[in-house]
Design a protein around this ligand. Structure first.
Ligand code: G
Ligand code: G
Ligand code: MN
Ligand code: NA
Length: 253
């Protein structure tokens, strides 16, 4: 309850900010996009990661407002980058509570309209568990957004219980392989097999793939050998504020 009240106040005081973590195409070592990650710039406790507050926000209606705020901040920044000649595809996380809420679709389109960020540069990430729990809602909310040119990624792939039949009816273009599998690929055969299986499945079903949580060159090499070129993780960069991201992207190779 206390945290919920604090989150409400933080919303009013505009204490939420966003960081950007690059996605790299390892074939050419180029930045091909960024994931947007919310942070709470707490007046006493400093910069807080979503792990410490996103669940509480999701249990209340706050996630809707927070989600809108994050999307707006992301689209504004994306537009500002575009105005300096940097075309940066952005992936924003959305929770089921946001998707379920009537008017989600319209609000997303309104934010694009208001900020002038192109729909074609926006991807929405939905976790696998959420997508499987409410497939009808997800596809219904997604339809007009897909028509506008927004793409969808399934986040934390491999940690939920995907039914392939269901998956095919959902609007995802991309799988993001959960970092719990990536962390094991250099050392354990089981993780290697899981990642290879996901990659083979993605290929035959014609999905794009992003590996999350890539921390070592060994992991990167394994992914490349198995046909996964797009990677995100501490090996390349941590999530960072917009101005750092900008400088980092310019200096990267
Ligand atoms: O930023 P960090 O690495 O701590 O992210 C922790 C988790 O919080 C991630 O799993 C991510 O999916 C989630 N997350 C980050 N930003 C957002 C957001 O804006 N909305 C939602 N719903 N989840 C987010
Ligand atoms: O939405 P998702 O849960 O995938 O959000 C990504 C989360 O993973 C963020 O909390 C981010 O800070 C974290 N993260 C990103 N790259 C790495 C990495 O290479 N290693 C680890 N351990 N965490 C990472
Ligand atoms: Mn994500
Ligand atoms: Na993830």
């Amino acid at each position: 309850i206390r945290l919920e009240a604090e989150l409400k106040r933080a919303m009013l005081r505009d204490e939420f900010t966003i960081h950007f973590q690059p996605k790299i195409d390892c074939r050419v070592m180029k930045v091909v996009g960024a994931e947007v990650l919310v942070r709470w710039d707490h007046p006493e406790r400093g910069l807080l990661s979503p792990g410490s507050f996103i669940d509480v926000a999701e249990e209340s209606d706050l996630i809707t407002r927070l989600g809108d705020r994050v999307l707006e901040l992301a689209c504004r920044q994306g537009r500002a980058w575009l105005d300096t000649g940097l075309s940066m595809p952005l992936a924003v996380n959305v929770s089921i509570r946001q998707l379920e809420k009537p008017g989600f679709t319209k609000r997303v389109l309104d934010i694009l309209d208001m900020t002038g960020f192109p729909a074609g540069l926006l991807q929405l990430e939905v976790t696998e568990t959420v997508a499987m729990a409410g497939p009808e809602r997800v596809s219904e909310a997604a339809r007009p957004l897909l028509e506008a040119g927004i793409t969808f990624a399934i986040d934390d792939f491999g940690t939920g219980y995907s039914s392939l039949a269901l998956l095919q009816r959902l609007p995802f273009e991309t799988f993001k392989i959960d970092r719990s599998f990536i962390s094991g690929v250099a050392s354990d055969q089981h993780s290697r097999s899981i990642v290879q299986t996901i990659l083979a499945m993605a290929k035959s079903l014609d999905y794009k793939v992003v590996a999350e949580g890539v921390e070592t060159l060994e992991q990167q090499a394994f992914l490349m050998e198995n046909g996964c070129a797009i990677a995100q993780g501490f090996l390349f960069a941590r999530p960072m504020p917009a101005d750092h991201f900008d400088a980092w992207a310019k200096a990267f190779r």
